[in-house]
Design a protein around this ligand. Structure first.
Ligand code: PMP
Length: 456
């Protein structure tokens, strides 16, 4: 046999051996997944992952092997474990879908699980819907969006967010969910790492997992006012870390970071030449000082925005991203591939919506949040008074109460809430959304009160 064939045979043997080991590893991962499910333990365990990561890096030094390749391989394995164990997670979406099924069977459900304002979009939207046919926005359009709409948004952003934004810095997406997916998928590669702060909206982690990107989670605590430690972030940065995700005002906690902490995070991001993805879709619902990431003028920033919450236009699916034109070009390539362009009639209507005064929406949500917080305090629930967004994230100190089980019990009594496990390792929490009128919120809180008191 020639030398090359001998070597190739050796490679084949090693690969087959690796697949066998992978099978054994996956079986054990499944077994652990079952145990975690039974004892209500979160899928990812940052501490264990961190220890394993250190051991792998130590081994690389001993073997004189490239630590970047080894870390990427480790990230692949860790992500596979997460995928195998992530079935059956209860999130605000799964509760929403269950609630819809019950409603179809005639049940009356109070929706405090979703972040969807119950009020209508601005009236001008109705006019827009009527006139769009005659305006001729009916065909395929440009990938990045209607130029006139992008130009108006650029001006709106420059005026409101202390930034110098031009049309080339804006791409219209079908909802901020797609902006987030598009930023993560186009800017990062499999094996790269991304840092998220939890509790958080689950899509950041899910998008990363879907694209083979490893998430490093910074867990924050109610007792520490949901503030991340800079040291913890610093310790999570490796040579593979390419992005950090922020979401303030935050879903689900309502937190806005103190400016000094945000400044320090930005310093770290810039020092390490990372992307910063700042999901600012609740910026309009900021009830105390809040600063857009755009105001740092950092070239690797991507800010996501949406008409869903600010203009109560969830069903129109219009969101957008703001970034340097090179980043926008990359995101546009994915958008062209996936959807050609965002529906032009909907873009036209959203462009009209920009003319509306939405301050009443803000006042309504703020008033409802205040009521929700008042009811929450009356029930002696533990939570942070929100600085913004549309939710309170409540800790359940009641003996033996688990957020996921509680959400199930509440749904049976006609109240839908979001279980804490959907936002990270927070099974003893639930999220309550302030998107209903005050009378309905009070009714919902009465159901919560009676279930917590164990009444049948
Ligand atoms: N980001 C956050 C933090 C959200 O809570 C949501 C929706 N709940 C979105 C993005 C998605 O918004 P859109 O409807 O624009 O896709």
């Amino acid at each position: 046999m020639t030398d090359i064939n001998k070597l190739r045979n050796k490679i084949d043997e090693i690969t087959i051996e690796m697949i066998k080991l992978l099978k054994t590893r996956t079986d054990i991962v499944k077994e652990i997944g079952e145990i975690k499910k039974n004892i209500g333990k979160c899928v990812t365990d940052e501490e264990r992952e961190c220890t394993l990561r250190k051991n792998v890096l130590h081994l690389c030094r001993e073997l004189d092997f490239d630590k970047s390749i080894a870390s990427k391989f480790l990230n692949f394995l860790l992500n596979e474990s997460t995928k195998v164990q992530s079935n059956n997670k209860h999130t605000h979406l799964s509760v929403f879908l269950e609630a819809k099924t019950l409603e179809a069977k005639g049940a009356k459900i109070i929706h405090m699980e979703v972040g969807e304002p119950d009020f209508s979009p601005p009236l001008i939207v109705k006019e827009g819907l009527k006139e769009v046919f005659d305006k001729g926005f009916l065909k395929y359009g440009q990938t990045k969006g209607i130029p006139q709409f992008r130009e108006k948004l650029a001006k709106y952003i420059s005026d409101n967010f202390n930034s110098d934004t031009t049309t080339e810095n804006v791409i219209i997406n079908p909802g901020a969910r797609f902006s987030v997916f598009s930023a993560i998928t186009t800017l990062l590669d499999p094996g790269d790492e991304m840092i998220t702060i939890e509790p958080g909206w689950p899509a950041y982690k899910d998008c990363a997992l879907n694209a083979g990107i490893k998430t490093r989670t910074i867990k924050t605590k109610l007792e520490e006012n949901w503030e991340p430690s800079i040291e913890q972030i610093e310790n999570s940065i490796s040579s593979n870390t390419k992005m950090l995700v922020l979401n303030y005002p935050n879903n689900p906690t309502g937190k806005i970071l103190p400016e000094t902490i945000q400044d320090k995070i930005m310093e770290l991001v810039i020092e390490n030449n990372m992307y910063i993805l700042s999901d600012e879709i609740y910026s309009q619902y900021a009830f105390k000082n809040w600063k857009s990431v755009l105001s740092y003028n950092y070239e690797k920033s991507i800010v996501t925005q949406s008409f869903s919450k600010s203009h109560a236009m969830t069903g129109f699916r219009i969101g957008y991203a703001i970034a340097q034109s090179e980043i926008i070009e990359k995101m546009a390539r994915l958008q062209a591939l996936c959807l050609t362009n965002v529906s032009e009639p909907m873009q036209y209507v959203a462009m009209k919506a920009l003319e509306a005064d939405t301050t009443n929406n803000v006042k309504t949500i703020q008033r409802r949040l205040e009521s929700l917080a008042k009811y929450g305090r009356e029930l002696k629930l533990d939570f942070l008074i929100p600085d913004g967004a549309m939710y309170i994230f409540v800790k359940l100190d009641h003996e033996g109460v688990d957020g996921t089980q509680l959400a199930k019990d509440l749904l049976g009594r006609g109240l839908a809430v979001a279980p804490g496990e959907g936002f990270g390792d927070y099974r003893n929490f639930i999220r309550l959304s302030a998107c209903q009128d005050e009378k309905t919120l009070k009714e919902g809180m009465n159901i919560l009160s009676s279930v917590l008191r164990g009444e049948k």
